[in-house]
Design a protein around this ligand. Structure first.
Ligand SMILES: NC(=O)C1=CN([C@@H]2O[C@H](COP(=O)(O)OP(=O)(O)OC[C@H]3O[C@@H](n4cnc5c(N)ncnc54)[C@H](O)[C@@H]3O)[C@@H](O)[C@H]2O)[C@H](O)CC1
Ligand SMILES: [K+]
Length: 520
């Protein structure tokens, strides 16, 4: 499913009207109706219920007036609370205001002097609020009066259905520069806007409903919109059924180069995640003094001890044996728990340009490239990098806070600059591809902010890559399934109690859920 900016959405709107001749009033009527249908699902009955509809001066307000009319016709008691002067409403919105007036229905001017008290009274006897103040036309922050209205709504603990986008939220960034409606549900039209699927916007939106208002499909699926929301059916579609004569050597061989004294857990998690992803054979190559520690905990994974430094991390002398081990693998996963020992950094910088198999570069292998990110361009193999904001900042040469201010753009630029699939982890994880595509992941929860979670992701992506997923598919599917497994774990164990190992244990269930949907 594509994800739009406000401008892209307005362009779709204009094309629908001008190129296809679909009148705006039809789009607005459909929009208002879709909102009412969601309300019908939420309340199961509209008859006798009381609705307060906050109406702004633009077309978002127009949608709200259409919803008011249909709620009234279905037996609802509807109060339209206008935060603008009637004269300010133009075009389709004005048409719907006039219809409401001709129906002799109440309109309360909340932008007057005692408007706040009118609103307080209205809310005292309200079952559900509809937020039709601002939609994709919103920029900046609301004025002081509207801010008080929004705070009143948010503190009322009434269910709120936001029309298209919660008022006060920026459609393109998901940021709220001031008071913003915290909706229980958001009914967005056509396709989601970026701000609804990244934090903090996703939090303000509540449960997101994407409503068809008869915008032509070809406009909504246009590749000119270079962003997609990952979905279960997309991921399920990338899995290929295994041939009947599959054997462990034909289901993908992964070499994991990871670990150091005191950090063997990261290596073990990555190796097991590659197996859980479905790889047939996984070998974990790590410093020889901790090989037994790892081997003892990994029945299904082969281990190989490599030359190490006095600190118990991989030494430059591990270069040749590591390259030999790569020759017997389909994919290399390098980084979890490696440490940043100078000799280990040197090893990574020597190894990467000589690789002959696709690679997932994670954690300390990325830190080893800080200041040497040109080595990413020098790779002769397809690659996926999986930085968290701190690692991305060190690679890009900026503070993590700056990375967080510009996540989508940075993931896209980095992927195109380094020509590697770039997984910028966080809420929400975004994936940039060298071709300029962006994926946003909807799964996952704060319970996954736990040690080892990233190690599981790196191994999972490597395991998928080894089974024939393209780097872009392996990264996207890995991120989606990792988050889904985290959601399943949190549902069973609670967010605080979820460990990285639990994400690992729930991976099969996560894969099953996308596969069965796909197989239906
Ligand atoms: N996308 C579609 O296919 C359809 C969208 N519809 C609805 O139309 C809105 C967008 O309407 P628009 O008139 O462009 O703007 P808004 O209603 O979102 O905003 C009203 C108005 O407010 C002004 N404004 C912007 N920022 C501020 C601010 N910080 N303070 C005060 N005023 C502000 C600005 O002038 C805006 O014009 C879309 O979301 C849908 O709900 C169609 O109705 C159906 C098809
Ligand atoms: K709104």
């Amino acid at each position: 499913m594509r994800i739009a900016t406000a401008e892209e959405m307005n362009k779709i709107d204009r094309q629908a009207m001008q190129q296809y001749g679909i009148p705006g009033i039809v789009l607005m009527e459909n929009a208002g109706l879709r909102v009412v249908e969601v309300i019908q699902q939420i309340l199961s009955d509209i008859k006798g219920k009381v609705f307060s509809i906050l109406v702004g001066k633009g077309n978002n307000g127009g949608d709200g007036l259409v919803a008011a009319r249909h709620l009234h016709n279905r037996g609802g008691q509807v109060k339209v609370l206008l935060l603008a002067d009637p004269e300010e409403l133009q075009g389709d919105a004005r048409v719907n205001l006039t219809i409401w007036q001709k129906m002799g229905q109440p309109i309360y001017q909340v932008n007057q002097v005692n408007g706040i008290n009118i609103l307080k009274l209205a809310l005292l006897n309200t079952d559900l609020v509809v937020d039709a103040l601002y939609g994709t036309g919103f920029r900046g922050s609301v004025n002081e009066k509207t801010g008080r209205v929004i705070e009143l709504i948010n503190n009322s603990s009434l269910p709120v259905v936001a029309v298209d986008i919660p008022s006060g939220l920026e459609a393109d960034t998901g940021r709220a520069n001031g008071p913003c409606i915290r909706a229980t549900h958001t009914v967005t039209f056509g396709i989601p806007k970026i701000g609804l699927v990244v934090e903090p916007g996703a939090g303000y939106a509540g449960r997101l409903h994407v409503a068809d208002i008869s915008l032509p499909k070809t406009l909504l699926e246009s590749k000119e919109i270079p962003r997609q929301l990952l979905t279960g059916e997309m991921v399920g579609g990338w899995f290929k059924p295994r041939p009947g004569d599959a054997h462990k050597g034909s289901c993908g061989r992964v070499l994991v180069l990871a670990g150091s004294r005191g950090m063997t857990g990261a290596a073990r998690l990555a190796a097991r995640a590659a197996l859980r992803a479905g790889a047939g054979l996984v070998t974990l190559a790590l410093p020889e003094s901790v090989q037994l520690v790892a081997a003892a905990a990994l029945e299904e994974v082969m281990t190989r001890g490599l030359p190490e430094t006095a600190a118990g991390s991989l030494d430059l002398a591990a270069l040749q044996p590591a390259l030999e081990a790569c020759a017997a693998a389909d994919v290399l996963v390098v980084g979890p728990g490696l440490s940043c020992q100078p000799a280990t950094v040197e090893l990574i910088r020597e190894l990467l340009p000589q690789l002959t198999v696709p690679v997932v570069i994670d954690a300390d292998a990325l830190n080893a490239l800080a200041g040497a990110d040109r080595l990413l361009n020098g790779l002769n193999v397809p690659a996926v990098i999986t930085p968290h904001p701190g690692e991305m900042g060190r690679l890009w040469g900026v503070a993590a806070a700056e990375v967080q201010q510009n996540r989508l753009q940075l993931a896209k630029e980095a992927a195109q600059k380094w020509r590697v699939v770039t997984v910028l982890k966080g809420a929400r994880t975004v994936i940039g591809t060298p071709a300029g595509e962006l994926y946003i992941n909807p799964t996952g929860n704060p319970g996954m902010a736990t040690a080892g979670s990233g190690d599981v992701l790196a191994g999972l992506i490597g395991g998928l890559l080894a089974q024939g997923f393209t780097p872009e598919q392996a990264a996207a599917a890995g991120v989606y399934l990792h988050g889904l497994a985290g959601d399943l774990a949190a549902r069973r164990l609670g967010q605080p109690g979820t460990l990285a190992g639990d994400i690992l244990e729930f991976l099969p269930a996560a894969m099953q859920s996308v596969l069965t949907k796909e197989m239906k």
